[in-house]
Structures are given as structure tokens and as C-alpha cells.
Design a protein around this ligand. Structure first.
Ligand code: PLP
Length: 287
């Protein structure tokens, strides 16, 4: 396995950065998770736009142009001979001193890892997944703004831990006003009377690339799609619920906080959108 590290390809054993990297010390940096399907990097441009926007928001200068970065991602996939893979692209503030001031960090570390992905168990896609809502809140407006895909994922880690403690694999979080925001690493959709609903990102959610692909696919299939805030109650009484994310793709949710959703089985609309998504990913990407 070859890992891209600051312009060079090194083995996993040699892919090392300093313990003084502010990414490690303070979670100071940004990242992306990207999928490769049948040799195509899915929506690479969109992922890189989000990466560069996240970096801009935290005043982090990525030491490559957009085009150079695009090339590095594609080359990492090629070097590893992968046709279907998950890519983790990390840009950390870099090595500095123990102070918070990023001016001590002279150069960001850029890391690209491409490997086979361990998805959720197959049965989740066939029988659906159970989730709970948790106490951890997603809030907008500060440095932990969920719209910034920063390395500071402690909120998301806590959401995951809360889910695990509740005996399930994923959870939904609310914002401080009680509107449903997202999962620990996925966006959420409801289907009600044949129409789709997903929270606008200002509620406190990452603007997911998969989410946007589903909005596009659903629109093409003739669905009405509403980006509007909703509460837990709306989730409980939805006909179908599903999560979207680069790693999860589209995953049906059949139980939320003990309430059975719809028939308790993955819904017809969810499965239809999943099929259309699977079809899209193999033809829509960067070679
Ligand atoms: N929400 C969070 C917090 C995430 O980390 C992710 C994963 O990237 C998503 C949502 C889904 O976004 P995407 O579809 O771009 O992977």
C-alpha cells in the first residue's frame, strides 16, 4: 500500500508525521472521505471544493493548487491499483511548537490514503438499521461548525460512542433548538407521502456530497425534495428514513428511539434511490 505524504509515495510503515503536528495536538486541520467506484473517483471536484472551503474557513493554506491535488488523488488510486476504494485525504496544520498559534507551523502535512473499505454489515442494507437520538448537539457558527469538515471530530466521536452505548451503530443529533441535524458521519432524509425531506445545512449539518447526489437523483426521478428543518417527531412518523454518506452510501433506517419507521423494513422509495445511486456512481466520476 502506497500512501501519499507531502508529494512522495511511502509505505504504510513509513507514513509518519511529527507528534508536534497541530493536527494531532489540537485537531487543527481538514479532511475528506472520497469513494472510488469501478476506477472512477466519485465527485472528486465537489469533495475538493469542500476541502478547500473548509481550509479557507480555518485560514489553512493548502500547499497545492486544486488541479495538483486532483492529480495527487487520482495518482494515489492508480499507484495502489484500486478499482473500488475509500480515500482519506487529510491536510493538517503541520509541525509547530506546543503553543496554539498556527504561525509556528511552517508547512501543512498532506496525506492521501486509499484502501478497501469495510462498510457497515451487508444486512443493514437489506433489513435496515436502528438508530437513536443522542445528547451531543450540533451547532453552527463556531469553529466546530458542522459545515467545516475539520479534524476536530470530537462531537462526532461522542455521537458514535453514545450510539454504541445505546446498543446501536449510528445516532442522530439535534441542534440546540431541537431540530434534527445529521448522524455522526452521515446526513438524514425522510420520506413522507412520497416526498423527500432533509435538513438544510444551516440547521447544523455537513453539506454531504452523497446528500446532494440524492437530491439530484430524486429530482430527476420526479420526487419533490424539501430542504427544511424537522424535529424528532417528524422522524418517528415518517414513512421511510435513510442516511447518506460517502462510506455508508444510502442506508435504510427502520427504527428510531424504539419507534418502528413505516413498515419496519427498508422502504420502496429508499431502495429505488439506492438503485439509482448505484447506477450513477459507476458512470459519474474522474478516471
Ligand atoms: N455528516 C458528517 C458529519 C460527515 O462527516 C459526513 C461524511 O463525510 C457526512 C455527513 C456525509 O457527507 P458525504 O456524503 O459528503 O460523505
Amino acid at each position: 500500500q502506497w500512501i501519499f505524504l507531502n508529494g512522495e509515495f511511502v509505505t504504510k510503515e513509513n507514513a509518519k508525521v511529527s507528534v508536534y503536528d497541530h493536527g494531532f495536538l489540537y485537531g487543527d486541520g481538514v479532511f475528506e472521505g472520497i469513494r472510488v467506484y469501478a476506477g472512477n473517483v466519485f465527485r472528486l471536484r465537489e469533495h475538493l471544493v469542500r476541502l478547500y472551503e473548509s481550509a479557507k474557513s480555518i485560514l489553512l493554506d493548502i500547499p497545492y493548487t486544486f488541479e495538483e491535488m486532483q492529480g495527487h488523488v487520482v495518482e494515489t488510486v492508480r499507484r495502489n491499483g484500486l478499482k473500488d476504494a475509500y480515500i482519506r485525504l487529510v491536510v493538517s496544520r503541520g509541525e509547530g511548537n506546543l503553543g496554539l498559534d498556527p504561525r509556528s507551523c511552517k508547512r501543512p502535512n498532506v496525506i492521501i490514503i486509499a484502501e478497501q473499505l469495510a462498510l457497515y454489515p451487508k444486512e443493514f442494507y437489506e433489513t435496515g438499521m436502528e438508530v437513536v437520538t443522542v445528547a451531543t448537539r450540533r451547532n453552527r457558527g463556531d469553529a466546530l461548525n458542522p459545515k467545516i469538515k475539520s479534524l476536530n471530530y470530537l462531537n462526532n466521536v461522542l455521537i458514535k460512542i453514545e450510539a454504541t452505548l445505546a446498543g446501536v451503530s449510528e445516532a442522530l443529533t439535534l441542534n440546540s433548538e431541537g431540530y434534527v441535524a445529521e448522524g455522526s458521519g452521515d446526513n438524514v432524509f425522510l420520506v413522507k407521502r412520497g416526498e423527500l425531506f432533509t435538513p438544510p445545512s444551516y440547521v447544523g449539518a455537513l453539506e454531504g456530497i452523497t446528500r446532494n447526489a440524492i437530491i439530484e437523483i430524486a429530482g430527476n426521478l420526479g420526487y419533490a425534495v424539501h430542504e427544511q428543518p424537522f424535529t424528532r417527531h417528524d422522524v418517528y412518523v415518517a414513512d421511510e428514513v435513510f442516511l447518506t454518506g460517502t462510506a455508508a452510501e444510502i442506508i435504510p433506517v427502520v427504527k428510531v428511539d424504539g419507534r418502528v419507521i413505516g413498515t419496519g423494513k427498508p422502504g420502496a422509495h429508499t431502495l429505488r434511490l439506492l438503485a439509482a445511486f448505484k447506477e450513477l456512481v459507476v458512470r459519474d466520476g474522474v478516471k
